[in-house]
Design a protein around this ligand. Structure first.
Ligand code: SAM
Length: 320
């Protein structure tokens, strides 16, 4: 087990299947241009090999499939079915939900139990302005389909003052009505937002969010797992919601996350551009691959910061 002086170890792996995305969210890309896949993206079998080696090298037992947008790549089906058969304690998926209907059968076949769907508004026009791709009705249909399959859903919403502040309560109503846990994600200083005036103007703090929610609901804070990124709240008779308060209440000191990019780099920290290339290791026999991988993991753990400082690297490269 590789552990740092704060007791942090890697137990959660986020695998970005592709850097490509069918959205161009205003907080993720600056110019509205859709993101393309990276050069030399790894195939599903090589990504699965990486997951297995990481499981053996560090004891990782939770994997989240992400991107880019994981549903746009043809390797999604093979990767999902493969990763579900590795014997991990938890597999989840983060998607914008636009292509869910075309993946419904493979999702059902895989036995996947948990999914996060990113949705920032329930207003179709505002949806177009923020996501700059896809359409709201398709996502809503996908949400219904996943609920019908019995998948435990969370919805990720990034509240922004100038764009979807008025959706804060309506999104919570929508989620409570459907037994979905809403996760508000504080806007993060990633990519073009780092050092920008737009970030300061749009940022909605945990305190402001709770003030807004308190206008309609009475809530109390509940326990969250030790290494959870979200502060969790309970509303009697309705359910839970969470806030990923990256700025207001940073969780870096208990972070257990490791990211694998679609082109084979490990990132130990979302707030660091440092990365470790593992693509060369994947062809080696296990007894040679594991010690090399452990060396790279020590470096990746050393990259973990004590507080989020922002990062110019766009989240799509390293998986949200
Ligand atoms: N395409 C998938 C999706 O939309 O869920 C997975 C990748 S996306 C990068 C993962 C999550 O990161 C989304 O919920 C998105 O809203 C969030 N995200 C991206 N950039 C962000 C930023 N600057 N601040 C906060 N959240 C961000």
């Amino acid at each position: 087990m590789i552990v740092d002086r704060l007791g942090r170890k890697f137990s959660n792996l986020r695998v970005s299947l592709t850097a490509a995305c069918n959205y161009a969210c205003s907080y993720c890309v600056p110019d509205g241009k859709r993101l393309m896949k990276a050069h030399n993206e790894l195939s599903a079998p090589r990504l699965l090999k990486a997951v297995e080696l990481l499981q053996q090298a560090t004891g990782i037992d939770k994997v989240r499939i992400t991107g880019g947008e994981p549903l746009v790549t043809p390797k999604f089906d093979d990767f999902l079915l493969g990763v579900m058969s590795i014997g991990l304690s938890d597999v989840s998926l983060t998607t914008n939900g636009q292509l869910i209907m075309s993946k419904k059968d493979v999702i059902a076949e895989s036995g996947l139990k948990r999914m996060n769907i990113s949705l920032d508004t329930l207003n179709p026009l505002r949806f177009k302005q923020i996501a700059r791709g896809g359409d709201l009705a398709t996502v809503l249909k996908g949400i219904d389909a996943m609920l019908e399959l019995g998948i435990k859903l969370k919805i990720n919403m990034v509240p922004m003052r100038s764009q979807n502040y008025s959706d804060i309560l309506s999104m919570l109503d929508f989620c409570f009505e459907r037994g979905i846990e809403l996760r508000y994600i504080e806007l993060m200083r990633m990519g073009h937002l780092l050092g920008s005036k737009g970030f300061q103007a749009d940022f909605v703090s945990m305190e402001s969010l709770l003030d807004e929610i308190g206008k309609k609901y009475e809530f109390s804070r509940t326990d969250a797992p030790y290494d959870s990124t979200a502060a969790r709240f309970y509303v009697a008779d309705y359910g839970n919601f969470g806030i990923i308060a990256n700025e207001s209440e940073p969780f870096c000191r208990t972070c257990t996350r490791l990211r694998l990019s679609s082109d084979g780099y490990l990132y130990g920290c979302l707030s660091s551009a440092n990365r470790q290339d593992i693509s060369g290791i994947l062809e080696l026999p296990r007894h040679l691959a594991l010690p090399k991988l452990q060396g790279l993991l020590v470096n990746a753990l050393g990259d973990k910061k004590l507080a989020f400082q922002g990062e110019v690297t766009v989240m799509k490269f390293i998986g949200g």
